[in-house]
Design a binder for this molecule. Structure first.
Ligand code: C5P
Length: 218
C-alpha cells in the first residue's frame, strides 16, 4: 500500500510551510512544498522570457524543469535559486500562472513522486483535494489576513528586506482572491479536512495540534 500522507493546505502566509517542515522533521517523513514547484515554473518562465499568457509553453517549461534539491538548497539548471524563489516577483507570477490547468497537469506526476516511505507531509493549496485525496490526515490552516500580513512583514524586516505593511496586505488579499476563485483546483478545504485557525496560536501550538490529530487517526 502507498505510504501515508499528511496534507496541509491554506492561504499564503498562513504558516503552513513552517508547520509542514516541523511536522515532517518530527515524524522523520519526506516533505513536499508544492508552492515551490509553481515558483520554480514562474522563475523558469521569467528566465526564458516566455509571455505569461502562453499557457502551452509554460506547461512545457514546467514539464521539463531541471531541478535538484540539495539539502535546503534548490538548484534550477544548476544555479542556486533558493533566495530568488522567495521574492515577491516570482511569487506573484507563480500565483497567476497557477490558474492554468495545463501547468497544474504538468506538475501533477512530479508531486506524486514525493510520496515515499515512511510518509509524506505535503503543503499547498490542493494537496488534500486534488493531489493526495486519499491523505490520511488533511489540515486546512487559516489565519486572519491582518495577522498573516504582520507575520510576513516581520519575516522580511528580520531578513533586512524593506517592506510595506499596507502593500503586503493588499498583495495577500489579491492572492487569496485568485487562489480561491480560480476554476481549476481552487483553494477550498477538502470535505474531510480539519480546519485550524492559527491566528492566536504559536507555531509550537500548531505543531502540537497536528501531531495530536495524527496520533488520533493513526
Ligand atoms: O505557497 P506559495 O506561496 O509558495 O505558492 C506560490 C503560488 O503557487 C501560490 O500563490 C498559489 O497560487 C500557487 N500554488 C497552487 N497550488 C499549490 C501550491 C501553490 O496553486 N498546491
Amino acid at each position: 500500500s502507498l505510504p501515508p500522507v499528511i496534507a496541509i493546505d491554506g492561504p499564503s502566509a498562513s504558516g503552513k510551510g513552517t508547520l509542514a517542515a516541523i511536522v515532517a522533521k518530527t515524524l522523520g517523513w519526506h516533505q513536499l512544498d508544492s508552492g515551490m514547484l509553481y515558483r520554480l515554473s514562474a522563475l523558469a518562465v521569467l528566465k526564458k522570457n516566455i509571455q505569461s499568457d502562453n499557457e502551452a509553453e509554460i506547461a512545457k517549461v514546467a514539464r521539463n524543469l531541471n531541478v535538484c534539491f540539495v539539502g535546503q538548497q534548490v538548484l534550477l539548471d544548476n544555479d542556486d535559486v533558493s533566495d530568488v524563489l522567495r521574492t515577491e516577483e516570482v511569487g506573484a507570477l507563480a500565483s497567476r500562472i497557477a490558474a492554468y490547468p495545463l501547468l497544474r497537469q504538468a506538475l501533477f506526476e512530479r508531486q506524486l513522486a514525493f510520496r515515499k516511505a515512511p510518509g509524506l507531509v505535503a503543503d499547498g493549496r490542493d494537496m488534500g483535494t486534488v493531489i493526495f485525496p486519499d491523505a490520511k490526515l488533511k489540515i486546512f490552516l487559516i489565519a486572519d489576513v491582518n495577522e498573516r500580513a504582520q507575520r510576513r512583514y516581520k519575516q522580511l524586516i528580520e531578513k533586512g528586506i524593506s517592506a510595506n505593511l499596507v502593500s503586503l496586505l493588499d498583495d495577500l488579499k489579491a492572492r487569496d482572491e485568485r487562489d480561491m476563485h480560480r476554476s481549476h483546483a481552487p483553494l477550498v478545504p477538502a470535505k474531510d479536512a480539519i480546519i485550524i485557525d492559527s491566528s492566536t496560536l504559536s507555531i509550537e501550538e500548531s505543531v502540537a495540534k497536528v501531531l495530536a490529530y495524527w496520533s488520533a487517526v493513526n
